[in-house]
Design a protein around this ligand. Structure first.
Ligand code: ZN
Ligand code: MN
Length: 487
């Protein structure tokens, strides 16, 4: 049986977070009464003139900067002509040969891969090359009922950014990582919420198979209508198996477009190459070409630190493990919380703070179905608690109890809870020394055991002393005292 090489390219449409639509001042708002945010321009009425949305252009240019794209000095908009029931003017305003961004790439983050392959990532550190990013308008939304269809123009004309990758993706797992990394970066830049389940990010998959050894790509099969990252992975697995079987049977695959049915878990033919569209692109005569130098200069200062840059800084500056840094940097608000804690207690090792944030805090938030943005415990208060535990004033397990109490009654300071619970340790060396002397004098046989090299007997003393102090003896001072007297 011949082996086949899978080649995948993705086209992602992402809704931009703007106040108004792409070519008119109608508000971009979801969940409103149908057809309440419309005007002659977004209804496609004859004679209505489009006006460019500056905010949408800035957000697209910012996306390009985040992904290392080049913005050409001059860009323009074109008409893509086709008959479509969701688009009454029978063309879409988009960008053809002079898009806002060219080239660049999407880094695939380790944690962006599906959980089951994170331990065995095929190409660690891979950056998937991009072809282009252009800015266009969305169409209206059709809803198909039993015997009729309704249409809502609230979505018509909302700004849509199309991110096109090179055929540079090798597997369903890489496609999955591409989409989740891309989503993370778009959210970081504040350009889109990019939630596929809410339709804010939609994806078409181009996939082809070719026999190993052949350089020319096989027939391109396009999968439409994918609305979750998990569905993209499943659809690629299905399609790889289907095309492999067909090629093994000696079938010749033809360029075609297929629809993914998520319930049935399979793809079905929509149209073949014979009825491919000829879009007859031409420059939109209502929109002037745009010089981009000023926009680039304006947007460049707002370029945020990206997840992978943050992660590198967390490992280098704070000594976080690669995994911890990955999780902390995966969400801007989580990273900000952590850095606020580090800044509040510069004397505490940042690695210790990372442990508390990742294990205790995230665990507790998860149990309470809360996110870091509605965390009731301020970063400074958590940092204060960690500093107290690290000083040895209370034990680690007492620290966990104080932590739980602080979460339950937001606004209380750790010192107050420690007093209330009577957790204060005896750190008075004089008092502890008296206790140590007393117990050593009362147990000469155990002392002899330690002196003959039995370290376990040392633990026996520690246990007795902790019991005698009702758990309040500072374990660090205790151990120092015992060692100085016995060894
Ligand atoms: Zn409008
Ligand atoms: Mn498009």
């Amino acid at each position: 049986m011949p082996k086949y090489i899978v080649t995948i390219g993705l086209e992602v449409h992402a809704q931009l977070k703007t106040q108004s639509k792409m070519f008119c001042p109608c508000p971009v708002e979801y969940g409103s009464e149908p057809n309440t945010h419309t005007c002659p321009t977004c209804l496609g009425l004859p004679g209505a003139l489009p006006v460019l949305n500056e905010g949408a252009i800035e957000k697209t240019v910012l996306t390009g900067l985040m992904l290392g794209c080049t913005t050409p000095p001059l860009v323009k908009w074109d008409r893509k002509n086709y008959f479509y029931p969701d688009m009454p003017k029978n063309y879409q305003i988009t960008q053809f040969d002079l898009p806002l961004c060219i080239g660049g790439g999407v880094p695939l983050y380790d944690l962006a891969y599906p959980k089951d392959v994170q331990k065995n990532i095929p190409n660690p550190g891979k950056v998937v090359k991009l072809t282009r990013i252009h800015l266009e308008e969305d169409v209206a939304k059709s809803t198909h009922h039993d015997k009729f269809t309704t249409i809502d123009f609230n979505r018509a004309g909302t700004p849509l950014m199309e991110i096109v990758s090179d055929p540079d993706i090798d597997s369903a797992e890489e496609a999955f990582a591409y989409l989740s990394s891309l989503r993370q970066i778009l959210v970081y830049g504040g350009v889109s919420d990019a939630d596929m389940e809410k339709g804010q990010m939609r994806c078409d998959v181009n996939i082809s198979l070719r026999p190993e050894g052949q350089t020319e790509l096989g027939a391109k099969i396009e999968l439409k209508n994918l609305n979750s990252i998990a569905a993209v992975r499943r659809a690629i697995h299905f399609e790889t198996a289907r095309q492999t079987e067909a090629l093994d049977r000696g079938e010749v695959l033809l360029q075609s477009t297929r629809r993914w049915d998520d319930d049935r878990g399979e793809t079905t033919l929509m149209r073949s190459k014979e009825d491919a569209h000829d879009y007859r692109y031409f420059p939109d005569p209502d929109l002037l070409p745009l010089h981009t130098a000023d926009i680039l200069a304006r947007v460049t200062p707002s370029l945020p630190e990206l997840p992978h840059q943050k992660r590198a800084r967390f490992t280098n500056d704070y000594g976080c493990s690669a995994y911890d840094a990955d999780v902390l940097a995966s969400e801007q608000s989580l990273a900000a919380y952590y850095e606020a804690a580090v800044a509040a207690q510069p004397a505490v090792a940042p690695k210790k703070l990372a442990n508390w944030v990742l294990n205790d805090l995230l665990g507790a938030l998860n149990d309470a179905s809360l996110t870091i943005t509605d965390c009731p415990l301020p970063a400074t208060a958590l940092a204060q608690l960690v500093a107290i535990v690290e000083s040895g004033k209370i034990s680690g397990s007492q620290g966990k109890e104080v932590f739980a109490a602080m979460l339950a009654t937001p606004g209380t300071d750790p010192e107050t809870i420690i007093k209330e619970k009577g957790f204060e340790q005896v750190s008075d060396t004089g008092a502890l020394e008296a206790m140590v002397d007393e117990i050593l004098a009362a147990n000469p046989d155990k002392v002899a055991e330690v002196k003959s090299g039995n370290e376990k007997a040392m633990n026996w003393f520690t246990g007795q002393l902790m019991k005698a102090s009702k758990g309040k003896a500072n374990p660090k001072i205790l151990s120092d005292l015992l060692r100085s007297k016995l060894l």
